[in-house]
Design a protein around this ligand. Sequence first.
Ligand code: 0XW
Ligand code: MG
Length: 369
Amino acid sequence: MKICQIDVWQKDLPIQGPAYKMALQTLTALDTTLVRITTDNGIEGWGEVCPLGPAYQPQHAAGARAAIGEIAPHLLGENPQYTEQINQRMHQALCGSLYAKSAIDMACWDISGKAYNSRVCDLLGGAVREVIPSYYAIGLSSPEEAASVAVKKQAEGFRRLQLKVGGRTLDEDIACVSKVAEVLTPGTELAVDANRGLNVNDAIQLSAACRDIRFVFEQPCQTYEQCLHLRGNLHHPLWLDEVIEDLNGLLRAIGDNAAQGFGMKQSRIGGISLMRTAREICAVAGLPMTCDDSWGGDLVAASCVHLGATVTGNLFAGSWIAAPYIDGHYDNQNPVALHNGQLRVPEGAGLGVTPDGTRLGSPAMSFSL
Ligand code: 0XW
Ligand code: MG
């Protein structure tokens, strides 16, 4: 099997409803990139990458398309089923830009699944669950509003909530965590996620002030080194997210005993192939992880669900998807949709999601043999 065409689309994803507010960013729209790889025997595979705006981390939408444009010509004629070789070819063609490569990697896994008539999760070793837990991220808001959302989302079936903090006074954060804690029903887990918005001092003080509230403290401070300062100074497990920028970062954090869990975004570390390795590393270390991404539609969501379905039992903390903020689905026949705070693994071969290409308009870029 050979890659004979690669098409790339740009698609706007306006946020439905209120802006998505985190400590350091407020988002009202996202810019996603869809990739379709067509093989010489007619199989099509789809991938997607959607950075969380241009300022969140060193990944941005135009950069993804530029990187894909640099890489694509080097992949024509290659066998997409050989995902390891595809990744090597991508690294030979372009250093870094793991997030851009993740979309191509995703499309190759989609093709492999279709070629073997298997779901991606089954190619990854098999689903240990057919329905996986998701979680809901409560944006920066007043204590009353955050508590109201927490009540609503628990009523919808979510059993894990992520509460955004940071970017405001410490007292506001403490009040918000306390108010949300009052409305948590038994069995609902809480992650308090600062998305790097707290200094070391405030992170320690927030944990101390809320020492009687159970939560995992996600990415409190800006840098890995600042988070290292928190070791032994917190009353809560520390989870890292944004500072884990690749597998080496994950290995380093585990070797340094820097964290007790990880909020993992598959595009940031390079896609399904490398997220599979992250899964194995966390399993060996006995550390829990999420299988998330920065943003994206049904394709990104499907990849997170396939990955999440394969994480060992009690080490899986859920998959967040952006669907609640997106108007519509790429594949109306097989949408990746939340039900009772959970996500069902798509049934079809590959990702189980096929965007309706006629609704995407003309590709922004195309490459062919
Ligand atoms: C909740 N997420 C997975 C979605 C947004 O990209 C932020 C992210 C996080 O946990 O930081
Ligand atoms: Mg996070």
